[in-house]
Design a binder for this molecule. Structure first.
Ligand code: GAR
Length: 223
């Protein structure tokens, strides 16, 4: 078994993806992980209330509370260290993660995006704007992507995707609601795969193994 995932969930809003991950842990779908911290830039975030209801430490922190980027990042990093965080899940977190944190958690930060990356991603593409752009472009298919976070917006390799049809009568909000449903399926599933040590990141390539990566290595070693 790989080390347990000690997850920090970063969320700016309602927190329904956070909830889906939490439920998957509570019901045993994800067994080798716990959420040790919730981070939000927004004190009104539903995610903060949900953390408190579940006795999960919640940190309200944003850049405006600090004089410099360095002060902000070092306070955030200290909190991640204090809670022994070894994995970060961005769940509707609308701020860019500083490169120092991306490097410190290389291939250990994931994000859920409400479209089929690499389409409809990048700076300014978040929340309802994504669905508006999908409808505007007359796409027939949309969906959700879980990807590794690197130093560019929505750029890291994709771990899992799920598709849904765009219906002719869809508005951005009806499409968003259907995409959110599949987000709640693939995000916990991706985290389960990480918790079981079954994801190998090889540059831009993601390999999902059938068994834990360490077991594979042991097999090779014994041959
Ligand atoms: C989700 O649809 C997520 O994909 C999106 O924000 C929503 C958060 O909902 N994230 C982005 O657009 C990031 N680029 P939630 O707070 O209910 O999980």
């Amino acid at each position: 078994m790989p080390d347990q995932l000690n997850i920090a969930v970063f969320a700016s809003g309602k927190g329904s993806n956070f909830k889906a991950i939490l439920e998957a842990i509570k019901t045993g779908k994800i067994q080798n992980a716990q959420i040790v911290l919730v981070v939000s830039n927004n004190s009104d975030a539903g995610a903060i209330d949900l953390a408190r209801e579940n006795n999960i430490p919640a940190l309200h922190i944003n850049r405006k509370q600090f004089e410099t980027d360095e002060d902000f990042n070092s306070t955030l990093t200290s909190s991640l260290e204090k809670h022994c965080v070894n994995f970060i899940a961005l769940a509707g977190y609308m701020k860019k993660i500083d490169p120092t944190i991306v490097r410190a958690f290389k291939n250990r930060i994931v994000n859920i995006h409400p479209a089929l990356l690499p389409k409809f991603g990048g700076s300014g593409m978040y929340g309802m704007r994504v669905h508006e752009a999908v409808i505007e472009s007359k796409e027939k298919i949309s969906g959700a992507s879980v990807h590794i976070v690197d130093e560019e917006y929505d750029n890291g390799p994709v771990v899992l995707q799920a598709t849904i049809p765009v219906e002719v009568n869809d508005t951005p909000s009806t499409l968003a609601a259907r995409v959110l449903k599949v987000e709640h399926e693939i995000y916990p599933e991706a985290i389960r795969l990480f918790s079981e040590g079954r994801i190998i990141v090889d540059g831009r390539k993601i390999i999902i193994t059938k068994i834990e990566v360490k077991e594979l290595k042991d097999e090779f070693d014994s041959n």
